[in-house]
Design a protein around this ligand. Structure first.
Ligand SMILES: NC(=O)c1ccc[n+]([C@@H]2O[C@H](COP(=O)([O-])OP(=O)(O)OC[C@H]3O[C@@H](n4cnc5c(N)ncnc54)[C@H](O)[C@@H]3O)[C@@H](O)[C@H]2O)c1
Length: 247
């Protein structure tokens, strides 16, 4: 199996969780050093994982990554398209065109490139699971990250469309829709080293269960959606949001 964006945050937690459940995990990230450290932790805890440096917006990188993942098991049971980032928070009309293209290339094209490589393998082997990290921001957008939220809307639509297209091949496709989490993502979106306390408090006030998403929340949802317990679930975009999207 493969997890992208596994060098930090949700992806690192998913790689750890799948390895703890006995999977052979190809942990991929554009930050090769960060993902090597995550893999070292998994291996020292007794898990099976390999680090792979890959930029998900680059077709050759994604093809090599999927090859490496298939090399670990001789098949590809699960692909988690999780890598993503946000442009700096600010008015949508002030975003630079190059930044618009960069965020769509990673968050949307990156998912499609993963599917492009994984689907033929999963079709041939007679089944599989694809998980895409979208965001609750696609359902309940906040000001400042409109273009980012649009990328996640595209991921949700792609997830639902693929679920229908791939169902006859016994391939399930679902999305994870987390609310805010204090990961590298949040620091990148705000352009700060640490999430300021006032931002954290404001985010928490908007979440009925009164906390941020933890990477382990996302990993638990991913483990469930990839498992046979979820064998009748496809095209689901699962809110992992403490009730934010209904408040
Ligand atoms: N943290 C949040 O508040 C939040 C909320 C909802 C959804 N998400 C989504 O969750 C996913 C994971 O984010 P996170 O919160 O763990 O952030 P993070 O910054 O901690 O981790 C993201 C990882 O993706 C990697 N990455 C970025 N661009 C890449 C590329 N082109 N190719 C390969 N790897 C790349 C980064 O190096 C990083 O290790 C993203 O898709 C993000 O949009 C995050």
């Amino acid at each position: 199996m493969a997890v992208t964006g596994a060098g930090s945050g949700f992806g690192a937690a998913m790689a750890r969780r799948f390895a703890a459940e006995g999977a052979n995990v190809l942990a991929a990230d554009i930050n090769a050093e960060a993902v090597a450290a995550v893999v070292a932790g998994i291996v020292s805890a007794g898990g099976s994982a390999q680090a792979f440096g890959a930029d998900v917006s680059q077709a050759e990188d994604v093809a090599a990554m999927i090859d490496a993942a298939r090399g670990m098991d001789g098949r590809l049971d699960v692909l988690v398209n999780n890598a993503g980032f946000s442009h700096l928070s600010g008015p949508a009309w002030e975003l630079e065109e190059a930044e618009f293209e960069r965020v769509f290339a990673t968050n949307v094209k990156g998912v499609w490139l993963g599917v492009k490589q994984a689907a033929p393998i999963m079709i041939e082997q007679g089944g599989g699971v694809i998980l895409n990290t979208a965001s609750i921001g696609a359902v309940a957008p906040r000001p400042g990250v409109t273009v980012y939220n649009a990328t996640k809307g595209a991921v949700m639509t792609m997830t639902r469309g693929l679920a229908v297209e791939l169902a006859r091949h016994k391939i399930r496709v679902n999305a994870l829709n987390p609310v805010a989490a204090d990961t590298g993502f949040m620091r990148g979106a705000l352009g700060v080293e640490a999430l300021p306390e006032e931002n954290r408090a404001a985010l928490i006030r908007g979440i009925p269960l009164r906390r941020l998403t933890s990477p382990e929340d996302v990993a638990a949802a991913a483990a469930f959606l990839a498992s046979d317990d979820a064998s009748f679930l496809t095209g689901v975009c699962l809110p992992i949001d403490g009730g934010r999207s209904i408040s």
